[in-house]
Ligand binder design. Structure first.
Ligand code: ZN
Length: 163
């Protein structure tokens, strides 16, 4: 994966540059820490001057991450199709002072592409990942430790149902 690890934010925006690539979990340590595993995420980063006349970045992320269902403890594949629009600012204070819904990030000459992707994916992850239709018995308390047998039974059920 030969691609620049970092961009000069303002130059990238002004030049309307485009960077495409793929990132594995080894480049996304914070995602790995939050329980994601075994995925490669594709991204497209585009520089722009936004509708407010400010330099900005658009980031699209496609792929999926594998999490652990907090109800049955089975693997949970979460598809990701994110599009974010970020406005570049010169300082953290500018971000704090703003009281609108615009997503902002401090511009620098070396903005880590992986960190930008990671931030967006982390925002999109559910607080408590769960299968939408979980095969574990309903009513199992999230903080209760299911037995190994329960977890195994859940896995079996899942593989029989093909999902
Ligand atoms: Zn589940």
């Amino acid at each position: 994966m030969l691609q620049p690890a970092a961009i000069d934010g303002l130059a990238f925006a002004r030049n309307a540059a485009v960077l495409e690539g793929r990132l594995g979990m080894e480049s996304l340590p914070r995602l790995a820490q939050s329980g994601c595993s075994g995925s490669v995420l594709g991204f497209v980063l585009t520089g722009e001057v936004n509708e407010r006349g400010k330099p900005g970045l658009r980031l699209a992320v496609d792929g999926s991450v594998r999490l652990q269902c907090q109800r049955c403890l089975g693997a949970l594949e979460l598809p990701l199709h994110l599009e974010a629009q970020l406005e570049l600012t010169s300082s953290e204070a500018e971000i704090t002072a703003a009281d609108d819904d615009v997503e902002r990030v401090v511009a620098s000459r070396e903005m880590s592409v992986a960190a930008l992707v990671e931030d967006e994916v982390l925002l999109a992850l559910p607080m408590v990942p769960k299968h939408e239709q979980c095969s574990a018995a309903t009513g199992l308390r999230a903080d209760a430790e299911p037995s190994a047998f329960q977890a195994l039974a859940a896995l079996r059920k899942r593989s029989f149902s093909g999902g």
